[in-house]
Design a protein around this ligand. Structure first.
Ligand code: ZN
Ligand code: ZN
Length: 276
């Protein structure tokens, strides 16, 4: 069973990733309108009609568009969020409707499965919309191997317990939000700069590169692909993010290929290979 991963778009204006196995199609986050998601899925082999589930990291508007709930109801897509997120959605008519159809599910701290074959481990991360989660997603392939994908979009910092969820992943999607000097010189309001750079904000290129270095030094096989996500349009560039990660891979002698995702267009459709 092949596993594919594709960032449909990433940044402060919207985030969504597609994870696709032979039998299961899942979106991680739905931070675009349902129509935009449909457009961005064109050519990936997935569509609203084939989706099995949407899994939510947190409720910030760049990760969750309420209008997607109606499309979930219309296309029989399960909507999976944390129990605290669900409590926030309780008054939405579209959420009630979806729940009435048996298409909502909540996760707590434990592994949950989608269509019996995709295992998701929610990993709580520090961010200013608590609770926020990253995911480690494992899928068994037909030859008995396991593919592992890590998805960590919005996090202010990364402690050892979060890092351990990234160990041995085949593909790591990790936030490279901003270049610190561009952020400091951005002319943004000081409170915004403080929020973004704070421990409940977003990872800078330097911080994310350090996370990547720790993953490579963990003794587990290096990811085959690093997908840089959530790049700030004002305070980052794909070149700076790439350089930060490439230097780490170079000095570690890691074979990891580095990709950066964009806000306006879909990213690379990755074939995720299992094992070393
Ligand atoms: Zn956020
Ligand atoms: Zn975000």
């Amino acid at each position: 069973m092949s596993v594919y991963f594709c960032m449909l778009g990433s940044g402060s204006k919207g985030n969504a990733a597609l994870l696709k196995t032979a039998g299961v199609h899942v979106l991680i986050d739905a931070g675009f309108s349902p129509q935009e998601l449909a457009l961005r899925m064109t050519g990936t082999g997935a569509s609203w009609d084939t989706l099995d589930a949407i899994v939510l990291t947190h409720i910030h508007a760049d990760h969750f568009k309420r209008t997607c709930l109606k499309y979930c109801a219309r296309h029989n897509v399960e909507f999976i969020c944390h129990e605290d997120h669900a409590r926030r959605f309780e008054n939405f008519g579209s959420f009630k409707q979806l729940r009435g159809l048996g298409l909502t599910r909540t996760y707590a701290g434990d592994v949950f499965t989608i269509a019996e074959t995709v295992r998701c481990l929610p990993v709580k991360v520090p961010h200013d919309s608590p609770p926020t989660f990253g995911f480690r997603i494992e899928t068994e392939t037909e030859n008995g191997r396991t593919t592992r994908v890590g998805y960590f979009a919005d996090l202010g910092e990364c402690d050892e317990s979060i890092l351990s969820a990234m160990h041995g992943v085949d593909l790591l999607a990790l936030e490279f939000n901003h270049d610190e000097s561009m952020q400091l010189k951005s002319g943004r309001h000081p409170s915004l700069i403080e929020r973004v750079m704070g421990s409940d904000g977003h990872l800078s290129n330097r911080q994310a590169a350090d996370v990547f270095r720790r993953v490579l030094e963990s003794g587990h096989p290096a990811p085959k692909a690093l997908v840089q996500i959530h790049l700030s349009r004002e305070c980052n560039s794909a070149e700076l993010a790439y350089q930060a990660a490439q230097e780490v891979a170079f000095w570690a002698g890691a074979p990891t290929q580095i990709f950066s995702s964009r806000q306006e267009i879909r990213g690379t459709l990755h074939h995720v290979d299992a094992g070393p």
